[in-house]
Design a protein around this ligand. Structure first.
Ligand SMILES: [Zn+2]
Length: 397
């Protein structure tokens, strides 16, 4: 009797959650995972949020094997279980949402133990299949990255001319770092192109950056000319690309020298090198450098409390300036032994506020870990890399 009355509804909701894959539910609702940020082997998924308009992936689902999943959006703040997901998605109350999921899971009666066990076993089997497929895809992407790195040659005149044109004074940093190579004729395939039918949207020299400290986790690709970024037929820059072990490359940097006492870190390879050259020219040789490749990865997961009231580009809320310090995946952190970090918060000129907030979050994440850190923002001239060298120097003389 206690079973049916005391806590009966609670028991049903626990059963429903155990028998429902939140990941599959989200996928059926049109959520498309960010392959670079997600780590399926850990049951960790990121996607643009289905509950607010955004292009970045702030919607986080955690679904470890053998447990019902939970979600949280770091953009709009919605969170909860599969039941909450359905309540938000369909505008239902808790009873109707539970009923919908109970029906979908074939849980007719609270006593239907056999059906429930069968359903849970099926869910585990599907999860294992999904994890195996994700692991195979991550291995395939890593193999592609390794092949591209092998095909590339030590950076020569094209990469040197490109970096100098972007404001990097190579003499100051001892030439192009060995983590950057040249691929003489790399194909660029645009989104939606069919490799069996189409021709690549661009073929030409590319700067290949090795992602990972010590071990190669992936590669970063920038299509270049001796005077700047390569362009597509319509005049747009050929987009930069990354490939590597899915989930394992988010927050992994391209490093430019062995670990030193201090480290300057930015999003882009060019910006970071320009700022580093400025520090070394000023005689600050204790500084090393890394490019985190993504401002979001540099800053790490957000605490939604620090989200901006304003709206940035594309109508999305500004990112949070506060880090989620409880997160198990803080993304970029300096290597062991580094005592000071100089963060370069570069961003698009259209939304400097977003860059500032990412920068403040990165700063708070490091300070909370006892690391001495400083944040540098460019002084209104967002597109000039040389400006970052000056910015980096401001308080380091
Ligand atoms: Zn959201």
């Amino acid at each position: 009797m206690l079973r049916r009355f005391g806590g009966g509804a609670m028991r049903l909701s626990e059963r429903v959650k155990a028998a429902t894959s939140l990941r599959e539910l989200a996928e059926r609702s049109g959520v498309a995972w960010d392959q670079r940020k997600s780590a399926p082997a850990r049951g960790d998924y990121w996607a643009p949020c289905p509950f607010h308009a955004e292009r970045s992936a702030s919607f986080h689902v955690v679904e470890p094997a053998g447990a019902g999943g939970w979600f949280k959006c770091f953009g709009c703040g919605v969170k909860g279980s599969a039941v909450d997901f359905v309540m938000h998605r369909d505008g239902l109350g808790v009873v109707d949402a539970l009923k919908l999921l109970a029906d979908a899971a074939g849980i007719d009666k609270p006593e239907d133990q056999a059906r429930l066990a069968e359903r849970a076993a099926e869910l585990d089997r599907r999860r294992a299949e999904g994890e195996a497929a994700a692991a195979a895809e991550a291995a395939r992407r890593l193999e592609v990255a390794r092949r591209l790195w092998r095909e590339a040659e030590p950076a020569g005149d094209v990469v040197e001319a490109y970096l100098e044109a972007r404001g990097v004074r190579l003499a100051a940093i001892g030439g192009v770092p060995p983590s950057l190579r040249l691929h003489r004729a790399l194909e660029f395939w645009a989104e939606g192109q069919d490799r069996r039918r189409d021709r690549p949207a661009h073929v030409g020299p590319a700067m290949i950056g090795a992602i990972g400290r010590g071990e190669l986790r992936g590669v970063h690709r920038t299509w270049i000319t001796p005077t700047g970024r390569a362009r597509l037929g319509d005049g747009a820059k050929v987009p930069k690309k990354m490939i590597g072990a899915t989930g394992a490359i988010y927050g992994q940097p391209v490093r430019f020298c062995p670990t030193r006492e201090g480290i300057v870190v930015g999003e882009g390879i060019e910006t970071t090198l320009a700022a580093w050259a400025g520090l070394l020219e000023a005689g600050l040789g204790r500084w090393g450098a890394e490019a985190a490749l993504s401002l979001g990865a540099l800053a790490g997961p957000e605490d939604s409390l620090g989200r901006g009231p304003g709206r940035g580009t594309g109508g999305k809320p500004h990112p949070s300036a506060l880090p989620d310090l409880a997160s198990a995946a803080p993304h970029w952190l300096p290597p062991e032994g580094v005592r000071a970090v100089l963060i370069l918060a570069e961003g698009s000129s259209r939304d400097p506020e977003a860059a500032r907030r990412h920068g403040e979050r990165a700063l708070a994440k490091l300070v909370a870990r006892g690391i001495e850190a400083e944040l540098r923002l460019p002084g209104g001239r967002w597109d000039l890399d040389r400006d970052f060298a000056d910015v980096a120097l401001e308080s380091r003389k």
